[in-house]
Design a protein around this ligand. Structure first.
Ligand code: SF4
Length: 405
């Protein structure tokens, strides 16, 4: 049963003065709401983000499909997007706030197809879920032993571990619809073709791109190395971030918690621009109490071995100024390089030569038929397999393409 001590307190006060009790904050799921009412702690529960994550929440309860409710994972992406540009968008429901063009309920397709998805990160899992809801036969190939991709890295942070529900919910939805998963399967073009698919979706993601220095790239590790625990943090760490996303701050937090001195450096005029205000606060709470410094407008140019240390050659985009500093570890966060070899291998065998019609995609219309008469299947590439993007964008790629297939 969920713990909700704040509800006990709120309920007590309201009951004392004989008023009905209504509470509307931090009740993320139906189980917590039900517990609060069943135990007499509240008379009414208000849930906001839970309805944004799944506007069909009440309908699913009424239909006794509670297990189908898309969970709010507490990412606060919705609030960040509201404050940033006024759009109430959910990190893993790309239809929320886009109801004029994107469906919350997926219609069954007229013609059943065979859909092969390569990659079981957020983009691939959304593609598989939507294709399965359309009624297609779906097979997913994943090189890793588990689904999740980069979300698995994100969820290594205690504060963001609920992000894993983005994958877990999709996995449950897929298994209900008999999607076949092949894990530990580094699919080659022949493995795909032998399945005789009508549609192939390449969602193979990307790998960290650390090749950013004039000299000494081999001396740097990636933010993913630190987050995954593959590399132990040093004692004097430079986190060089010109991607501006969560991974740099997550790696910095891991290093700082070991007691390391950490410097987060960016060539931009502000750091981590992709980490919006609501998400930035917990990072800063975790970082500023520790030995962490932020340096903006400086660019790491080269790294040179110097005994047990690494000399960082640092410049700026604004002048010829150059300086050097000593660290024992340089962590680079520069986004990802697409893993797109399979896509290019499959391209000549496809009906559409791997092309996505951008206008149709933007306006939420079905993709046109391909122009290659010898092609065997329609081929699409989504998520980081195209270029680095965040979880929401990867899921949106999948929904807007697969909803019409
Ligand atoms: S963005 Fe995150 S917090 Fe907001 S509704 Fe979606 S899952 Fe919940």
């Amino acid at each position: 049963m969920p713990n909700a001590p704040h509800l006990d307190f709120a309920g007590m006060i309201r009951k004392e003065v004989g008023l009905p009790t209504f509470h509307a904050a931090k009740i993320p799921d139906v189980a917590t709401a039900r517990h609060a009412i069943a135990e007499g702690l509240l008379d009414m529960v208000g849930m906001t983000r839970a309805h944004m994550a799944d506007p069909l929440l009440v309908k699913k309860i009424a239909e006794r499909r509670e297990e189908d409710i898309r969970p709010c994972v507490g990412a606060t992406y919705c609030l960040d997007r509201i404050y940033q540009a006024g759009d109430a968008l959910c990190i893993h429901n790309a239809a929320t706030g886009r109801e004029l063009t994107m469906p919350h309920e997926i219609d069954a397709a007229t013609n059943k197809k065979k859909v092969a998805v390569i990659g079981a990160g957020p983009a691939g899992m959304e593609a598989a879920r939507v294709a399965a809801e359309r009624g297609h036969d779906v097979i997913v190939f994943e090189a890793a032993p588990d689904a999740g991709g980069q979300v698995r890295l994100t969820a290594r942070s205690e504060r963001r571990r609920e992000m894993m529900s983005i994958i877990d919910w999709r996995m449950e939805q897929c298994l209900k619809r008999n999607v076949v998963f092949r894990f530990n399967s580094f699919a080659a073009a022949d493995d795909i073709c032998v399945e005789n698919p009508d549609v192939v979706v390449v969602a193979t993601g990307g790998l960290p791109h650390t090749d950013v220095l004039h000299e000494g790239n081999d001396l740097a590790v990636s933010s993913w190395d630190i987050i995954a625990g593959d590399v132990k943090p040093g004692r004097r760490v430079l986190v060089y971030d010109d991607a501006g996303d969560h991974a740099a701050l997550q790696a910095a937090e891991i290093a700082a918690k070991t007691g390391a001195h950490v410097e987060i450096m960016t060539p931009d005029r502000s750091f981590a621009p992709d980490v919006m205000a609501m998400n930035l606060v917990p990072y800063l709470r975790a970082l500023q109490d520790r030995d962490v410094r932020f340096t903006v407008t400086y660019r790491l140019k080269a790294a040179k071995r110097s005994g047990n240390m690494i000399t960082a050659v640092i410049g700026t985009d604004y002048s010829n100024h150059t300086e050097t500093r000593e660290f024992d570890q340089i962590v680079v966060n520069h986004g990802t390089i697409p893993m797109d070899e399979l896509y290019f291998e499959l391209k000549p065998k496809s009906k559409n030569l791997g092309a996505i019609n951008q206008e149709a995609l933007i306006f939420g219309r079905p993709q046109p038929l391909g122009a290659n008469p010898d092609g065997q299947f329609a081929l699409f590439r989504i998520g980081d397999a195209v270029s680095a993007r965040n979880t929401h964008a990867a899921i949106y790629d999948a929904l807007r393409l697969l909803k019409d297939i």
